[in-house]
Design a protein around this ligand. Structure first.
Ligand code: BJW
Ligand code: ZN
Length: 238
């Protein structure tokens, strides 16, 4: 059986499905990925900007990066890949969408409950009063932005060295370990603990299907690799 038919067959049979997405699923919506071609912003790597240390050193620089990304994302729309995941969710009695993305395109596509492991670019967090609040202003009129209390705000996302939102990894692990099919879409699987969900699902007995334009460190771990753009391949799995 060809890989695509095999993957479609596993997915059709499964009652319990979990999906891990990364930046690649939004690439066809025009949102830049972190690694590989186009992954740099003004010569800075994500690893150099997405840290509490970078923010402490130069909050304006870090906010300029987020402002640039917010401007791109504000103009972006979900693509057929995001929409296909909504269709899978509708068809499955047990379904969990786990995303590393902060862009909100899964919400916009109509996905239900989403485990956002790395937070949300449309939220801010006050360093003083600790309020966590939505903010969709694009472009930001002043950087760094401030909270109503006067404190400096930071993006409501998870940076390197910071813990994931409380309890969320446990929920993601539960979904991965109880899934019959685990789909890994558009992630380099280079960032932990998100990447650990792939071997976790495999060890728990899931059929693991990877969709990516390039091979990744997980390609050898998974049961089936579908190489190509998520926006083209995901609709073919329905
Ligand atoms: C397509 C496509 C198309 C293109 N179709 N495909 C174990 C081992 C080693 C290190 C660690 C470890 N555990 C923890 C660490 C440290 C660290 C880490 O992982 N470091 C690595 C560099 C090794 N992890 C952490 O620090 C995490 N926190 C933590 O562990 O806390 C512990 C703790 C506990 C208690 C107290 C304190 C601490 C936090 C990680 C946070 C990551 N944050 C970021 C930024 C989020 C905010 C923002 O967006 O600005 O998350 S970094 C960035 O990478 C972002 C992404 O979500 C994440 C993953 O990237 P992703 O999605 O995979 O994108 P790319 O660009 O890498 O890949 C895109 C893929 O798409 C490619 O493969 C393309 O081929 C493909 N593609 N077009 C399909 N059309
Ligand atoms: Zn505040």
């Amino acid at each position: 059986m060809a890989d695509l038919e095999q993957a479609r067959d596993w997915l059709t049979q499964a009652k319990s499905v979990a999906i891990l997405t990364g930046a690649g699923i939004s690439a066809e919506s025009g949102v830049p990925t972190f690694r590989g071609a186009g992954g740099l912003w003004k010569d800075h790597k994500a690893e150099d900007l997405a840290t509490p240390e970078a923010f402490a050193r130069d909050p304006r620089l870090v906010w300029e990066w987020y402002n640039w990304r917010r401007e791109i994302i504000a103009k972006a729309a979900p693509n057929p890949g995001h929409k296909a995941l909504v269709q899978i969710e509708i068809r499955k009695p047990r379904f969990t969408l786990i995303t590393q993305n902060v862009d909100g395109l899964h919400d916009m596509a109509g996905s239900g409950k989403i485990l956002k492991l790395h937070g949300d670019i449309w939220r801010m967090h006050c360093l003083d009063c600790k309020a966590n609040f939505p903010n969709r202003r694009v472009p930001l009129p002043k950087m760094p932005p401030h909270c109503a209390c006067g404190g400096m705000a930071r993006p409501g996302v998870v940076w390197f060295g910071e813990p994931l939102p409380e309890g969320m990894m446990k929920e993601a692990e539960h979904a991965a370990s109880s899934a019959e099919v685990f789909l890994v879409v558009g992630t380099s699987a280079a960032v932990y603990p998100a990447a650990s969900l792939v071997p976790y699902a495999k060890q728990a007995g899931a059929k693991v299907i990877e969709i990516n334009t390039e091979p990744t460190s997980m390609s050898k771990v998974v049961d089936c690799v579908l190489q190509g753009p998520a926006g083209e391949l995901l609709p073919k799995l329905l």
